[in-house]
Ligand binder design. Structure first.
Ligand SMILES: C[S@@+](CC[C@H](N)C(=O)[O-])C[C@H]1O[C@@H](n2cnc3c(N)ncnc32)[C@H](O)[C@@H]1O
Length: 196
């Protein structure tokens, strides 16, 4: 399969550097949990969450700390090793575009640009597989930069093709209102029939 944008833009060493950078920021006490706070607010206590494209599972680990049961998936082995340091998480080395965990989750979260780091053209398959892993009332939350080849408009089309629809869109994880010129999009989507 063609490499993901993450793989074509980053070497294994750069993935290791990314892991070290976030370890350093955490050690410095930098707030790395804005995404987790937002997702936590959407969930009932003790929910099940899939951290999709988990990287180091910074988000998944914080959601676990907040009492949710977290599964994490990434296809970069360096990140999967780092994510496995969080022993409460179930971590899979797997491709979101073909994912089949045989179960569903109350939330699937693709934070930190996962959608724009996929293999070009595979985003619709990933959104369909993510939708297949949602409970009937489950929520899909994705955050990504708006200056990349994969756009918010394409994302909305991919959500619709997967039977999902935008419930909320914000410009930041701390819920600044969406604007068409925002440099970041945080999207909350659910099954279209729930929002009809
Ligand atoms: C910038 S990192 C973000 C990691 C993490 N979510 C965070 O917020 O720190 C983007 C991640 O998306 C993952 N990714 C891209 N395409 C993927 C795919 N098809 N399946 C699984 N993971 C994928 C990459 O391996 C990378 O770990």
């Amino acid at each position: 399969m063609a490499p993901t944008r993450w793989q074509s833009e980053n070497t294994e060493d750069q993935s290791r550097h990314y892991v070290r950078r976030f370890d350093r920021l955490a050690a410095q006490g930098v707030d790395l949990h804005g995404e987790a706070r937002m997702v936590d607010a959407l969930l009932t206590p003790g929910s099940t969450v899939l951290d999709a494209g988990c990287g180091t599972a910074r988000l998944g680990a914080e959601l676990d700390r907040r009492g949710h049961t977290v599964t994490a998936v990434d296809l970069d082995p360096v990140f999967v090793d780092a994510a496995r340091q969080h022993v409460n998480l179930t971590v899979h080395l797997a491709d979101l575009t073909t994912l089949d965990l045989g179960r569903t989750f109350d939330a699937v979260v693709a934070a930190g640009n996962v959608m724009v780091f996929m293999t070009p053209g595979t985003e619709p398959s990933a959104v369909k597989r993510i939708a297949a892993h949602l409970t009937p009332t489950g929520v899909f939350v994705a955050g990504f930069a708006t200056d990349r080849p994969y756009t918010v408009e394409q994302f909305d089309d991919d959500l619709a093709a997967a039977g999902l629809r935008v419930e909320h869109r914000f410009a930041t994880w701390d819920l600044r209102p969406w604007r068409d010129d925002a440099d970041w999009a945080v999207t909350v989507a659910r099954r279209a029939q729930l929002l009809a």
